[in-house]
Design a protein around this ligand. Structure first.
Ligand code: SF4
Length: 474
């Protein structure tokens, strides 16, 4: 069973530990730089990319504005097509619903399509507690699961592992989960893929229950869509008799026409492909084709609270492409685990504190896990202004008396008082000008000394500006 993010330290400590790991940094640097360059080339091929991006943004905003209506439409369409819809207010309820549905089938194991929603709710751990074993079938998720590890990237959860590490994980752990890896397994990508293929194949062929998320839900027909690169998802979505899909309520798009926009935006932004290799769609159940029973679990888990925040709600436009992770200088150095949730990088820094709230030290630290350089906003295919939301969330953390910001708050309080008292401000400016020769060139204190070692403090003028103005423009 993969580990859990519970109990992880706040971002500053976790990131400090991560940047000391030179292997991790090397793995991340190599992977993010490669995909970054490929994405830029794939996007540059489309002249109408800005228009597509704007269309994606507007479709999502429109849907979020009328989410109540579209959710009801999805429920009616899925039910009419032979599926059953369940509503889950939070992670516990979603986990309980899924565990009960699996138990009702009499099965004790399930195969899973890679899904961020099920990671968010900790489904595998909940299923294990209910005596059900969940097998991850996405290659990178399999590596994470076999390594008793945590995902560190939305698209490539094992991005922090190199080929040698993956070979060792397969050799050491595959046997305890099913078919063992070959004794002479090398670290060649083709050999590793073949070992995973053989290991997973026996699971696909005996699985009676599949669990998935979905990239999109099309309201007009109740159709769910999963896009992927390996075909493992297609196996899970078609071979089992029962399919359970756990989907965040923000994944709705109104029509098939809208899907056209996202099937262009998503692959180019995520894997830098013009088209993703496998796009699987299903609408309820169909006799003689695919699962005979279909359950859709619609997950809230903090999304309606996020929707209520006028600035923060744009995070719900996210289509989980991970482009923002790949360009982020902070993510490239700190890695995904430091963010303390399955959503790492810039999107994690704005989504997690909204879904979970900012009560804990970990969640309150996330809006500060950014240099606000804006690279994430530039590449986001649905134009989420991540820096804007980060600053907005920082305000919230500061307002609730967030730890570590006492100095900042004291400085702002002092400045507020000074600006409210013009006479004191003028006296202070004159005093500062007269004593300017006595001012230190470096600031004292451990953090500030280092900062001013490489930066010059601005020179103060011999005369305050307002005195000069009075003299020359009286
Ligand atoms: S915030 Fe934008 S760039 Fe980042 S994962 Fe979501 S859609 Fe992709």
């Amino acid at each position: 069973m993969s580990g859990t993010f519970m109990g992880m330290p706040a971002f500053p400590k976790a990131a400090r530990d991560a940047v000391r790991d030179t292997t991790l940094r090397g793995n991340l640097r190599h992977a993010t730089r490669t995909i970054r360059a490929k994405r830029a080339a794939a996007v540059a091929e489309l002249e109408d990319w800005p228009q597509l991006r704007e269309a994606g943004k507007q479709i999502k905003d429109h849907t979020l504005r009328h989410l109540d209506r579209y959710l009801e439409q999805v429920e009616q369409a899925v039910t009419a097509a032979g599926g059953t819809v369940h509503w889950a207010a939070d992670a516990d309820e979603a986990n309980r619903i899924v565990a009960d549905l699996v138990k009702a089938t009499g099965e004790t194991e399930v195969v899973k399509v890679k899904s961020m929603a099920t990671q968010e709710i900790g489904l595998n751990t909940a299923l294990e507690a209910a005596g059900i074993r969940a097998y991850e079938t996405d290659l990178a998720e399999l590596i994470v699961q076999l390594g008793d590890d945590l995902p560190s990237h939305i698209l490539v959860p094992a991005i922090h592992r190199n080929r040698g590490e993956i070979r060792d994980i397969f050799r050491d752990n595959m046997a305890s989960w099913g078919r063992p890896a070959p004794e002479d397994l090398t670290d060649r990508p083709a050999d590793l893929a073949e070992a995973a293929r053989l290991h997973l194949r026996e699971k696909f062929l005996r699985a009676k229950v599949g669990i998935s998320g979905a990239n999109f839900m099309i309201a007009e027909t109740g159709t769910l869509v999963v896009v992927e690169s390996e075909g493992n998802g297609r196996m899970c979505l078609t071979l089992p008799e029962t399919l359970i899909s756990v989907v965040g309520i923000e994944k709705i798009i109104p029509t098939w026409r809208d899907l056209e926009v996202f099937l262009q935006l998503l692959p180019r932004s995520s894997t830098a492909e013009r088209m993703n290799p496998y796009t699987t769609m299903w609408t309820g159940t169909t006799d003689g084709d695919g699962p005979r029973t279909f359950h859709l679990v619609l997950l809230d888990n903090g999304r309606t609270d996020t929707l209520a925040d006028e600035v923060g709600r744009q995070a719900l436009r996210c289509i989980r492409c991970s482009a923002c992770l790949n360009v982020c200088p902070v993510y490239e150095r700190a890695g995904g685990h430091a963010y303390g949730s399955p959503y790492p990088g810039p999107i994690g820094a704005i989504l997690t504190p909204q879904l979970r709230g900012i009560a804990s030290e970990v969640d309150a630290s996330l809006p500060y896990a950014s240099s606000l350089c804006g690279a994430c906003y530039e590449v986001c295919p649905v134009a989420i202004d991540i820096p804007e939301v980060l600053v907005h969330l920082r305000e919230k953390v500061a307002d609730q008396g967030g730890r570590g910001h006492r100095l900042e708050k004291a400085a702002i309080k002092a400045a507020t008082w000074l600006l409210d008292h013009p006479a004191a401000l003028t006296a202070g400016e004159r005093l500062a000008s007269r004593t300017r020769k006595l001012h230190p060139e470096r600031l004292p204190g451990p953090g500030t000394r280092q900062w001013t070692n490489s930066r010059d403090l601005p020179d103060l003028p011999a005369e305050p500006f307002r005195d000069w103005w009075k003299k020359n423009h009286a």
